[in-house]
Design a protein around this ligand. Structure first.
Ligand SMILES: NC(=O)c1ccc[n+]([C@@H]2O[C@H](COP(=O)([O-])OP(=O)(O)OC[C@H]3O[C@@H](n4cnc5c(N)ncnc54)[C@H](O)[C@@H]3O)[C@@H](O)[C@H]2O)c1
Length: 257
């Protein structure tokens, strides 16, 4: 069997039980990485087998760690687990999100809704970046990089989405946090990028959401988790060297329209 594009890389992904985190975990493991699957639940929100069960059945390497991506001690456990398994942390993917019932317009959003989204979607990303950078600065570079961070943002961190005030604000923060860390830690060889999915189908959406998304997406179909995983694979790999501080849109042209 030929070596994968992420052969023996040590990778942590938050929120990797479901959706896009799960797709990235499966792709990364299939490309030879050891994946620490962090989440508050092992079972996918959309149903099906736990991510790590699929990884192991396919002959890959991974472990599930119950971890809340808004809590420092849990984030520390994710990174420590990766380092204990492979001696370093090559890639940190900050993907976990809370939105759902908390994501509303300004007048309907209570402080508790704001905090629920911000705790995981922005404050948690800050904590995950901090813990990952701390580890990466002590590692020797591989292919000129001490480590890579991928922050999952959204096209809605660049523009508004009707009625999702805290979510859009959190994602805007994630994009600028990404710029900031690429600037601050580029000199030491830490590569930091954002990945902004457009509308990706991970489970059943309402007719209203689907109609709006189709109307905004020039491409002939809406996104698949594999579209995001393919872009993330590039950002996670040694092929990603001089690309840092970007927010890579995987949106079928949403932001071009
Ligand atoms: N699906 C899309 O169309 C889309 C579009 C733009 C951006 N995104 C972004 O992509 C990322 C993944 O989205 P998704 O659609 O796969 O979401 P999802 O809801 O399917 O999965 C999110 C995962 O995060 C986990 N999670 C929730 N709170 C957590 C916490 N405190 N700690 C750890 N894990 C936690 C959930 O259990 C779940 O497994 C998010 O950052 C989201 O904002 C998604």
């Amino acid at each position: 069997m030929s070596a994968g594009r992420l052969q023996d890389k040590s990778i942590v992904i938050t929120g990797a039980a479901s959706g896009l985190g799960r797709a990235m975990a499966l792709t990364f493991a299939a490309e030879g990485a050891d994946v620490v699957v962090g989440d508050v639940r092992p079972d996918p929100r959309e149903g099906g087998e736990p991510t790590v069960d699929l990884i192991e059945r396919a002959g890959g390497s991974g472990i599930f760690v119950e971890a809340d991506a808004s809590r420092w001690d849990d984030i520390d456990r994710l990174v420590t687990t990766a380092v204990e398994r492979r001696g370093r942390l090559d890639v940190m993917v900050n993907n976990a999100i809370v939105a759902g019932r908390h994501s509303k317009g300004l007048l309907e959003t209570e402080p508790e809704d704001w905090d629920a989204i911000m705790d995981v979607g922005l404050r948690g990303v800050f904590l995950c970046c901090k813990r990952a950078v701390r580890q990466m600065l002590g590692q020797e570079p591989v292919a000129e990089a001490r480590g890579r961070i991928i922050n999952i943002s959204s096209q809605h961190g660049m523009i508004g989405a009707p009625g999702h005030v805290a979510y859009c604000t959190a994602k805007g923060g994630v994009i600028n946090l990404t710029h900031q860390l690429a600037v601050d830690f580029g000199p030491q060889g830490v590569i930091v990028n954002g990945l902004a999915p457009g509308k990706i189908l991970v489970r059943q959406d309402s007719d209203e959401v689907l109609a709006y998304s189709h109307a905004r997406t020039p491409f002939s179909r809406l996104g698949r988790p594999a579209d995001v995983a393919a872009a993330a694979l590039f950002l996670a790999s040694d092929e990603c060297t001089y690309v840092s501080g970007i927010n890579l849109l995987v949106d079928g042209g949403w932001m071009a329209y």
